[in-house]
Structures are given as structure tokens and as C-alpha cells.
Design a protein around this ligand. Structure first.
Ligand code: ADP
Length: 419
């Protein structure tokens, strides 16, 4: 490698982890982390959960204290934007002026809110929720809010709805699809969640989208749906998915397809550039092809994988088990595997007990599971998937079938204990 630093582009979960892991893996050269947000790298998942509910303050969001970056000799360039990548010269251009050469570039540029192209979206009172700055202004507004409309019944929208109820705000959710969280959840789990929102006084209006936002004196007063319904609102939160930040890579001539395309070693089409986290489209045996994932698991595991490779350690191809979680009211939802292509869903336990799992199969092959308040199921499923151990739909439904034991059969346990 040249004397130029490894540059990590992006100061989110993936970028911060890559920088620190690189040093921990024994890399001795310079490490520069460039991030356009002004704050130290922070956790995003709590923004739509405990932070908005008022149970967590900003200081509790930081991924690492500032001192850790200094101790690990990670040079932080925060509030700085990369405007171009020159692959021939192996350098990046910075918005503040100047260029910086790299020996290797790790793209961890993440994703941004998908904008809702509806008239009135610029009114005061229409919010998005992805960054700390957005969450901060939203939190400040909650105290003056009586009625909120959430656009999008996905992770962000439903978590916000639950947090807003904790503030006593009247909330409705408008979802374009036929059921909430349909991108990731089975019909059974969608129905359960819809019922929990209903019980908590949050109607989810399905198969509808927003036609326009209306206001008075620049301030939001209502949301007009595509069937003409007007929902009174002094606050609207739009959570209709994200777009990967892949423009820099595309402009530099790298392969891009729903994110920056990487191989099983997380290397882009340029041998001096890797991509990780929300911006990367990577091959996964769990997805049966290229997939782009938005999760803490994906960001941290991919960061560690690239860091180990750049530190010269032997690294197996990246193929970690994907897992996700969400919290809404007292529902702790945990998902493992990529289950969206399933053709059979089997219940383990009962939704009436508020503790159950949905196990998903395709052509009889086990894909993964969604669990509500059944963490042991979730953990066992992660182990099963990692070990490539299949279970049958009958076993999944049978509460007397020991999942933990299936995930760690005595022979395998003895081998790992002997290591
Ligand atoms: P996020 O991370 O923003 O929550 P998700 O993909 O989990 O992203 O959820 C976004 C949700 O928004 C999906 O359920 C999708 O069907 C819904 N959606 C997309 N476009 C619209 C729209 N114009 N109006 C209402 N809902 C929408």
C-alpha cells in the first residue's frame, strides 16, 4: 500500500466502525474519516424510538466518545463533504477545497430520505426522520403538537407513531401498500402490528397516498389524501423509504445498481475502493443475489470485514446472517434472515399472548423468522441460519421442539468447546 491514508467516506455506523476496527485489526497507517454531518458518529436506531420518546438524550446517542478516535489515531473530518472521486489519481475532492489522496477508499456514504413529491411538502410542520438534526427539530416540535399524520407505514413511520402516542399526540398513518411494513414482514406479522397500533389509538389507512399538504401562513394544517379525504394535522412525518447515496461512485464510473455494487469481499469494481453499509449492494446467499440492507448488523459486520481485509488478515467472503429489530409500544420485533420471498409462514406461539414468531419457508426451505417478544427464538434462528441448519415447518410450529438445541447440536457444541 502507498503512504496515503485509508479514507473512510461517511461517518455513520458503518464508517465509524470501519475506522476503529481498522486500527483494532492492526492497521498501522493513517486513517481519515470524512463525514458531512457535523456531529460525532451517533446511533440512528434510537432516534425514532427512545430519543423521540424523551427517554434518551443526545449524549447517549454517540457511538464512541471523541477520545476513542484520538486514542485510535482516527483523524476526523466532520462537517466535510466529498464532491468527487478521481479513481485514476486515487484521490477525493473536498467541498471546502483541496484534494486528499488515498491508498484505499471505503465508501460508507449511507442513504438519504426518499422525498415525497407532494405540493406543500415545504410547509412548516412537515418533517423527515433520519438524521440527528431532523430528530432534534422533530422532538422540539412534539410538545406543541396535537394531531400528527405519518406518511409511510414502515420502520420509521410506525416507530414514530408509537413514540408520538407516548406524548399523548393523536396519530394516523397513511400507507400506500395494502398492509404495513410489507417490504419486510409476513402478512401475519403485518396484521398483528396493525392491530397493536389500532389498540393504541393509531389507525393505519391503507392503499392511500398523499395528494398534498395544506397550511395557513406557511404552517401545516392538514393532509389531503388521493381519495380527497382531509386529515387535520399540525405535524406530518414522512417515512417512505430511502435512496442509497451512490452518486459519487456512479460519477467515478463504479458499477451501481440499487447502491454501489460490490463482490463477496465488499470490493467495488475498482480494486482500491470498497463499499459497506446502507450504500452497498452486495451478494448474499440469504437473498439469493445482490441485496442492499439498512441495518446496524449489516453496517457493523461489513465494516469489520473490510477492516480485517485492509489490515492484511485472511477474510472469508462476507455472508453474515442479516438481522433487524424494531420497537413499537411494548412490542419488540426481531427479524432474522431475508424472508420476503417466502411462500409459507408458520406460527410458533400465539399472537394473543403478545409473544410469538412467524417462521418463513420457500419451497419447504427455511428462510428465517420474525419474532415478537420471543428473543430466544430470534437468537436460535440466527444460529441456525449461520450454521446452515434447516428446520421443517412442522418443527417450527411445535413448541416442544427445542430450537436452541437444534441450533447447537451436542456434537457441534463439543467441537467448539474443544477449540
Ligand atoms: P423507512 O425506513 O423510511 O421506514 P420502509 O421501506 O421501512 O422505509 O417503509 C416505507 C413505507 O412507506 C413502506 O411501507 C411503503 O409502502 C410506504 N410508502 C412508500 N411511498 C409512499 C407514499 N407515497 N405514501 C404512503 N406510503 C408510502
Amino acid at each position: 500500500m502507498s503512504d496515503a491514508p485509508v479514507i473512510v467516506a461517511g461517518g455513520g455506523q458503518a464508517g465509524a466502525q470501519a475506522a476503529v476496527s481498522l486500527r483494532q485489526a492492526g492497521f498501522e497507517g493513517r486513517i481519515v474519516l470524512v463525514g458531512d454531518e457535523p456531529s460525532l458518529p451517533y446511533q440512528r436506531p434510537p432516534l425514532s424510538k427512545d430519543y423521540l420518546a424523551g427517554k434518551l438524550e443526545e449524549s447517549g446517542l454517540l457511538l464512541r466518545a471523541e477520545k476513542v478516535y484520538a486514542d485510535q489515531r482516527v483523524e476526523l473530518m466532520l462537517g466535510e463533504q466529498i464532491t468527487a472521486i478521481d479513481t485514476a489519481r486515487r484521490s477525493i475532492s473536498l467541498a471546502s477545497g483541496g484534494e486528499l489522496a488515498y491508498s484505499h477508499l471505503v465508501l460508507a456514504t449511507g442513504a438519504r430520505n426518499r422525498p415525497l413529491p407532494a405540493p406543500g411538502a415545504e410547509l412548516d410542520g412537515v418533517f423527515y426522520l433520519r438524521t440527528l438534526a431532523e430528530a432534534r427539530s422533530l422532538r422540539e416540535r412534539l410538545g406543541q403538537t396535537r394531531r400528527a399524520v405519518v406518511v409511510g407505514g414502515g420502520f420509521i413511520g410506525l416507530e414514530f407513531a408509537a413514540a408520538a402516542r407516548a406524548h399523548g399526540i393523536a396519530v394516523s398513518v397513511v400507507e400506500a401498500a395494502a398492509r404495513p411494513m410489507s417490504r419486510v414482514l409476513s402478512v401475519q406479522m403485518s396484521s398483528y402490528l396493525a392491530a397493536r397500533h389500532d389498540t393504541n389509538g393509531v389507525p393505519i389507512i391503507l392503499n392511500r397516498s398523499v395528494q398534498r399538504f395544506v397550511g395557513e401562513n406557511g404552517r401545516l394544517t392538514g393532509v389531503v389524501l388521493d381519495d380527497g379525504t382531509v386529515l387535520e394535522a399540525d405535524l406530518a412525518v414522512v417515512g417512505i423509504g430511502v435512496l442509497p447515496n451512490a452518486e459519487l461512485a456512479e460519477a467515478a464510473g463504479l458499477a451501481v445498481k440499487n447502491g454501489v455494487v460490490v463482490d463477496e469481499n465488499l470490493l467495488t469494481s475498482d480494486p482500491f475502493i470498497s463499499a459497506i453499509g446502507d450504500c452497498a449492494s452486495f451478494p448474499s446467499s440469504f437473498a439469493g443475489g445482490l441485496i442492499r440492507l439498512e441495518s446496524v448488523q449489516n453496517a457493523t459486520d461489513q465494516a469489520r470485514c473490510v477492516a480485517a481485509r485492509l489490515a492484511g488478515k485472511p477474510t472469508p467472503p462476507y455472508n453474515n446472517v442479516p438481522w433487524f429489530w424494531s420497537e413499537q409500544y411494548d412490542v419488540r420485533l426481531q427479524m432474522a434472515g431475508i424472508t420476503s420471498s417466502h411462500d409459507q409462514a408458520v406460527l410458533r406461539g400465539s399472537p394473543d399472548d403478545n409473544a410469538f414468531s412467524v417462521f418463513c419457508f420457500r419451497d419447504g426451505a427455511f428462510l428465517g423468522a420474525e419474532s415478537v417478544n420471543r428473543t430466544p427464538d430470534h437468537l436460535a434462528v440466527r444460529k441456525l441460519l449461520a450454521a446452515g441448519i434447516a428446520i421443517t415447518p412442522e418443527q417450527a410450529a411445535d413448541l416442544s421442539f427445542d430450537l436452541k438445541l437444534a441450533a447447537a447440536p451436542p456434537a457441534a457444541a463439543a467441537v467448539s468447546a474443544a477449540k
